[in-house]
Design a protein around this ligand. Structure first.
Ligand code: THU
Length: 525
């Protein structure tokens, strides 16, 4: 049904502290609100989709009629880094955060790295990348040793002068480190940091290269690629997934370039996922505590979003989310443990559908797979049956209302269980039915078959959708009321296996299934 999904990660755009934020030193962090408080945040497109309608956002103006479906997502993984966040979005929950080394790497590990590379190691501490070459560059050049340093992130960085350690060798040394740094010491990235120049004017070169940790299990990307779908990565995506599961990738200069690439790819025909990371929010503004810059970057994104929206066709979905927070208004320059937004937009989306607060980012991966019709069991729950319409043309809300209305007329003095059904004919007419009980219990007629009988009597034989609402009489339907076995069999006489069946819980609250899911292998003569 859905052919293309555009999943855009606004790196670090959190929407308020997670319940366990205090354990990460991030109580009170709220990246989006920090920008809102400048008074200069202008996000008409995000607002329209429902950004400010999300549970607990607590800033901005909610849209009266949001165009998208929306949720507040909570990170189930331990940690608050880019890799963990993206892996979880792609279905993998990490029970341990990626390791960091505030005291430097363990001596045994460094000794083994020295043995395998045949070069001594200098520094081995957290350090600023520019400062570390000023302080150790000369010794590096004199001795041929490798400068190893880290940061607050899970990184093992190796710096060497390009004239002392040739690039190919430096990259090989990084691969050696990568092979060594697994399991307990599986750092997120090993990074080659070559530099050139003379003391004290060393400069880093653009030959930086990242060696990422491969995801520890099957991701959404792997599942889609295995099912023959296109998986396109824009920006850092290829690094974050160590290239796995991607069928096409492109790097980007900045956010604006990332959006231009997404816009260009939206003009191409493909079937699958286009996964975009926009890192400027985090790298340029969040970490530098630049609230104004962050605000302007969001405004610029919103303008480019306005160019992407009209390119989406009836079989496209756009999803916007984030991987963690990085509140630029707090003293910390580090990421913040925050919940993140999830906006879903497209012709197939049920506008204004509030999915509430969801327990894992992995619901995104599960939903993308389900929407694209790919089987991908993972830590998340697919939300497509709630957030998406079964058929773009069908006014399911109206059909659900008609089922609730018919339910009011149920004759159920024995069971006190009232059921209403509304069957939509191909021509657009709706046929209603309710249950009709009898003192001779077995003579009872179900709501669905009552609707079906009314339709057939009116000459209707082909149907587009069915809605069913049922529950204890005099109360709104509480749980899901599925058609009974006999009704399923009766429906399969007239309805296509792919016909959607809406199980209605209340006005605007329904899930859908196909008839075939409810009755596989129906009886046929
Ligand atoms: N009922 C329906 O109307 N449809 C179904 O598919 C299941 C059951 C009614 C029949 C009866 O009046 C009441 O629910 C309790 O079984």
């Amino acid at each position: 049904m859905i052919r293309r999904v555009f999943l855009i990660v606004l790196d670090s755009v959190g929407i308020g502290e997670a319940p366990d934020a205090a354990r990460y030193g991030d109580a009170g962090s709220h990246t989006l609100r920090a920008c809102w408080q400048t008074g200069r945040l202008a996000l008409p497109n995000l607002q329209k989709l429902g950004l400010f309608n999300i549970d607990g956002v607590g800033c901005g103006h909610p849209a009266a009629r949001p165009l998208g479906a929306f949720a507040r997502l909570r990170e189930a993984s331990a940690g608050k880094d880019t890799t963990t966040g993206h892996w979880e979005l792609a279905g993998l929950v990490s029970s341990r955060p990626l390791p960091t080394y505030p005291q430097g790497f363990p001596p045994e590990l460094i000794a083994e790295f020295e043995r395998r590379t045949g070069r001594r190691v200098l520094c081995n501490r957290p350090y600023s990348g520019t400062q570390v070459i000023r302080d150790y560059g000369r010794e590096q050049m004199e001795t041929g040793a490798l400068i190893v340093y880290t940061s607050a992130d899970s990184v093992f960085q190796v710096a060497a002068h390009e004239q002392v350690v040739p690039l190919e060798e430096l990259y090989r040394d990084c691969e050696t480190a990568r092979a060594l740094l697994t399991g307990e010491h599986g750092v997120g990235r090993v990074i080659a940091r070559p530099f050139v120049g003379e003391y004290p004017n060393f400069q880093r070169t653009p030959n930086r290269h990242d060696f990422s940790l491969a995801p520890p299990g099957e991701t959404l990307l792997d599942a889609l690629a295995a099912a023959g779908r296109q998986v396109w990565g824009v920006g850092k995506i290829a690094d974050i997934f160590a290239g796995r599961g991607l069928t096409r990738t492109v790097r980007t200069r900045d956010n604006s370039d990332g959006m231009e690439k997404a816009i260009a790819w939206a003009k191409e025909d493909f079937c699958g996922l286009c996964f975009v990371n926009l890192v400027d929010f985090d790298m340029l503004y969040g970490h530098r505590n630049d609230v104004e810059g962050y605000t302007q970057a969001l405004n610029a994104f919103d303008r480019q979003l306005g160019e992407l929206l009209p390119l989406l066709g009836p079989q496209d979905l756009l999803m916007l989310t984030a991987d963690h927070g990085c509140d630029p208004s707090t003293p910390s320059t580090d990421h913040s443990r925050e919940d993140v937004p999830w906006l879903i937009y497209g012709a197939a989306v049920r506008p204004g559908c509030n999915l509430g607060t969801l327990p894992t980012f992995a619901d995104v991966g599960a939903t993308v797979a389900a929407a694209l019709g790919v089987d991908y069991p993972c830590a998340g729950t697919p939300r497509d049956r709630l957030a998406l319409r079964p058929t773009p043309g069908c006014d399911c809300g109206e059909l659900a209302r008609r089922a609730l209305q018919a339910r009011e007329n149920a004759y159920a003095p024995y069971s006190h269980f009232a059921v209403g059904a509304a069957l939509l004919g191909e021509g657009g007419r709706v046929y209603a039915g309710c249950n009709l009980e009898n003192a001779s219990y077995g003579a009872t007629i179900c709501a669905e078959r009552a609707a079906l009988a009314a339709a057939v009597a009116a000459g209707e034989r082909s149907f587009a959708a069915l809605a069913v609402a049922g529950g204890p009489q005099g109360q709104p339907p509480a749980g899901d009321c599925f058609p009974c076995g006999i009704c399923r069999q009766a429906l399969s006489e007239f309805c296509a296996p792919q016909m959607p069946v809406l199980v209605v819980r209340g006005e605007g609250d329904w899930r859908w299934y196909t008839l075939e899911e409810l009755l596989p292998y129906a009886f046929r003569l």
